[in-house]
Design a protein around this ligand. Structure first.
Ligand code: SF4
Length: 86
């Protein structure tokens, strides 16, 4: 089955390799004030992986954010239109 592009402004060329995402996440200082703890992060990522709004297994279709990066920050929240999932 062909991939259906749900995002109006993007296409598969915006796919970000897992290694690049890991590098971005690793670049966040461990002592970053608004960084969430590991259990909270894992809970957020699990919610994203079970969400139909996750595109390319990396990107939220509502905000365009790389969820593995965004979920690290306590002051960020899930933008799901039917209510935040984290
Ligand atoms: S809507 Fe929320 S849970 Fe779903 S992919 Fe986006 S950030 Fe993750």
């Amino acid at each position: 089955m062909a991939h259906v592009n749900e995002c109006k402004g993007c296409n598969q060329t915006v796919m970000v390799p897992e290694e690049a995402i890991e590098k971005m996440v690793d670049s966040i200082p461990q002592d970053q004030v608004n960084r969430v703890n590991e259990p909270t992060y894992e809970k957020r990522i699990r919610a994203c992986y079970h969400c139909s709004s996750l595109l390319y297994k990396t990107t939220c279709k509502h905000c365009g954010c790389l969820v593995k990066y965004k979920a690290k920050f306590a002051d960020k929240e899930c933008p799901h239109p039917q209510g935040s999932r984290w």
